[in-house]
Design a protein around this ligand. Structure first.
Ligand code: EPU
Length: 423
């Protein structure tokens, strides 16, 4: 792609697609059901395809019609997750809860996915044990079994984990007795999942707060009432907002929920960006170059704090505004793997320690050959390449396709000179 070299020329409307991290969990949740489950507004991305492959390999049926997926879980009978896929997809761990609840057994390899530092699974295993399951470990393989089904338990998470909250909440849905999850994650995707499960017969209260209570159904599976409508992807919306702040004259981001992006909006406004919020859209309008905006400090935090998944795009933004800022990553141990590439492009970023970088702006960036270490950093590279002078090539587009649907077509539609050369 050819960078705009700081020229403010993007304009138009860009709709946000369904959230990856909600769609994936809805797919996993289908194992809690009897009969078909319909997922609407499903993003057409590689991670969703991988999750569908895992369900198919377990015996389920997944039909795709545009952005609607229908999953028929009735014949699910294979409790071993498909090795090759599970090893590469961190979100595969979310299937273990529903699978264990449905079949009384699940085995899986240590889940892979983006390398963001250590990503242990101790919270999942200790949660299953507390609910009465036996966990055996053979090298990098785990088998979890229950003799008489899962039973409710009091669980306290020493760290807040999105997928552990979701997995154990789902397992608890079919358990016997009441489960209480304390220090639970509060992400909007978890709320959307619980609302759908409740509509279909689950009894979950407290989602969106740190204490979630689940009254189990004692093995009775759920029956879908209506479709799961995938909520908008707040990370995609936030990334588009940052792109707009950098390069748009006027950009309208539609089909999103601005209430899920309060911290980002607040920080960008403090930095000087003019943003209009509607019920389901955001509009960013600017006439001055980004150097007219000022530096702001960022500290990632569990929801409703600043999302770690927007950390890399925000760092790109901070290379273009005036002043010195720091970005502090509190969730993952190694999420600054992209920084060296930004420095290679001309950014002034000093790594203070594995969790904190110092950014001095503005600096002019020059196009380079890049390859994102994870999907969010991959998108950040597209932002960096957009503001740069000259041409950039972002290799291994698969990393970006994992989480963003047809990204180049959508960015081209708002004026970015970007094309796909190969996958
Ligand atoms: N953790 C443990 N033990 C566990 C599980 C997690 O110590 O058993 C720690 C992690 O090491 C980390 C912290 O808990 O330090 C929080 O990680 P969390 O478990 O919340 O992350 P995750 O559930 O694996 C989800 C998203 C990520 C997103 C994080 C944080 C999915 C599929 N993934 O991951 O999204 O960054 O929450 O919000 O929902 C992405 O979409 O690109 C992505 C990486």
């Amino acid at each position: 792609m050819t960078g705009l070299g700081g020229e403010r020329s993007l304009a138009g409307v860009i709709p946000v697609r369904g959230a990856k991290n909600a769609g994936l969990k809805a797919l996993a949740a289908t194992l809690l059901f009897d009969g078909p489950v319909r997922i609407e507004n499903a993003p057409s991305i590689e991670d969703m395809k991988r999750m569908a492959e895992l369900i198919t390999a377990a015996g389920g049926r997944v039909e795709e019609e545009g952005s609607v997926l229908t999953v028929v879980p009735d014949a699910v009978s294979v409790s071993a997750l498909l090795e090759d896929v599970a090893k590469r997809l961190r979100a595969s761990i979310v299937l273990t809860g529903p699978m264990l609840a449905r079949l009384g057994e699940v085995s899986f390899p240590f889940p892979g996915g983006c390398v963001l530092g250590e990503r242990p699974i101790d919270l999942f295993l200790s949660g299953f044990r507390a609910m009465g399951a036996d966990v055996t470990e053979d090298g990098e393989h785990f088998t979890v079994r229950t003799k008489e089904g899962l039973r409710g338990a009091e669980l306290f998470f020493p760290v807040v984990s999105v997928t552990a909250t979701e997995t154990l909440m789902m397992a608890a849905t079919l358990a016997t007795g009441t489960t209480v999850l304390r220090n639970a994650a509060m992400e909007p995707e978890i709320v959307a999942l619980a609302e759908f499960l409740n509509r279909s017969g689950a009894r979950i209260t407290g989602v969106g707060t740190p204490t979630i209570t689940v009254i189990g159904s004692a093995g009775k599976k759920l029956t879908a009432q209506g479709a799961f409508v995938t909520p908008p992807d707040r990370i995609e919306a936030g990334s588009f907002l940052i792109l707009g702040a950098l390069l748009a004259k006027k950009l309208r981001i539609t089909d999103c929920d601005p209430t899920h992006l309060s911290v980002l909006i607040e920080l960008l406004r403090r930095s000087g960006v003019s943003i209009t919020e509607g019920a389901d859209f955001l509009e960013v309008e600017a006439h001055e170059p980004p150097s007219a905006f000022h530096a702001v400090n960022v500290r990632t935090h569990e929801y409703p704090g600043f999302p770690t998944d927007l950390q890399a795009p925000m760092t790109v933004y901070l290379t273009q505004v005036t002043g010195e800022s720091y970005v502090l990553e509190t969730i993952f141990d190694a999420r600054f793997g992209y920084v060296d590439d930004l420095v290679r492009m001309g950014a002034a970023i000093t790594t203070m320690n594995p969790h904190r970088v110092l950014i001095r702006g503005p600096r002019e960036l020059t196009g380079k050959e890049l390859e994102g270490p994870d999907l969010r950093a991959g998108l950040a590279y597209l932002l960096a390449a957009s503001v740069a002078h000259g041409t950039s090539t972002v290799n291994n587009a698969y990393t970006i396709d994992r989480g963003y649907e047809r990204i180049e077509e959508r960015l081209r539609a708002i004026g970015l000179p970007i094309e796909r050369v190969t996958n």
